[in-house]
Design a protein around this ligand. Structure first.
Ligand SMILES: NC(=O)c1ccc[n+]([C@@H]2O[C@H](COP(=O)([O-])OP(=O)(O)OC[C@H]3O[C@@H](n4cnc5c(N)ncnc54)[C@H](OP(=O)(O)O)[C@@H]3O)[C@@H](O)[C@H]2O)c1
Length: 247
């Protein structure tokens, strides 16, 4: 499979989980892949495993994003595939939510994602594909997830407007909204193994297909949305959650 040959792909947050699996998938299909992350050692290890390029860049820092764009432009020219994936999670009722928690989630998941698109637009190739990593929680209402869910819902709104603004250049913009997917994201939220297990069991019970999603499932969708097979798809949000949103 080399249907992404000669395409340059940038994936934010590529050292683990969905970003890592997508870097692997796009590379296997012939793309030249650049992954980003905050931790130099982590992204360099991932990049050498995958045979891709690593650039340290914190998505919450717009100056970092500007440097990332400048480096990509200098070394690779234009970008065909932009997967804005980096994100964190965090829970708390509205009453409990501190400014620090609000800002840490929003600065990466929404503000950072927004300015990643904004700063990359000048070096996107005409006909490029942009994919935002949203979440099925953007379409649901869970107590305790107000900041995370509203940040993802805001991304879906930006995705639709971006698809209109960039259509004259045939640049397509879509989002993918996974349900619970087995990655590192929950462990990074500071939950211990026992709590995680309890949450996972409760979550799977709410999924009609009775299983968690995998990073590879999402990677295949990004690949589809990045190829000519989806050339008429823009402004769309794809929920991939085993039917969870319907419950
Ligand atoms: N897993 C799920 O159940 C699920 C469901 C729906 C949506 N999502 C979304 O999927 C995306 C990927 O998450 P994941 O589940 O694959 O989790 P993950 O394994 O934790 O991966 C997240 C990636 O983003 C990077 N990252 C975090 N903050 C960053 C920043 N400020 N700048 C640059 N990179 C940063 C992480 O690197 P570090 O090593 O620096 O943290 C890591 O490479 C997120 O946007 C998440 O909200 C996940």
């Amino acid at each position: 499979m080399d249907n992404l040959k000669n395409k340059v792909a940038v994936i934010t947050g590529g050292n683990s989980g969905i970003g890592y699996a997508t870097a692997k998938q796009l590379k296997e299909q012939g793309a030249t892949v650049i992954i980003t992350g905050r931790r130099k050692e982590a992204i360099e290890t991932a990049a050498s495993q995958l045979g891709v390029t690593a650039i340290v860049s914190d998505q919450s820092n717009v100056a970092d994003t500007e440097n990332l764009v400048a480096k990509v432009k200098q070394d690779f020219g234009q970008v065909d595939i932009l997967f804005i994936n980096a994100g964190i999670t965090g829970l708390g009722t509205i009453e409990q939510t501190t400014e620090a928690l609000f800002d840490s989630i929003m600065n990466i998941n929404f503000r950072g994602a927004y300015f990643t698109l904004s700063k990359f637009i000048p070096i996107l190739k005409d006909g490029a594909s942009v994919v935002f990593l949203s979440s099925n929680t953007a379409s649901m209402s869970y107590a305790g997830s107000s900041v995370y869910s509203s940040g993802k819902a805001a991304l879906n709104s930006v995705m639709k407007i971006a698809s209109l603004e960039l259509a004259p250049r045939r640049i397509r913009v879509n989002s993918i909204s996974p349900g619970p997917t087995e990655t590192e994201v929950m462990k990074k939220a500071g939950l211990d193994a026992e709590t995680l297990k309890t949450i996972m069991e409760a979550v799977v019970d709410k999924i009609p297909l009775k299983q968690m999603g995998t990073s590879e499932d999402v990677a295949k969708m990004v690949s589809h949305l990045s190829s000519d097979a989806s050339k008429f798809i823009t402004g769309a949000n794809f929920i991939m959650d085993g039917g969870m949103v319907l419950n």
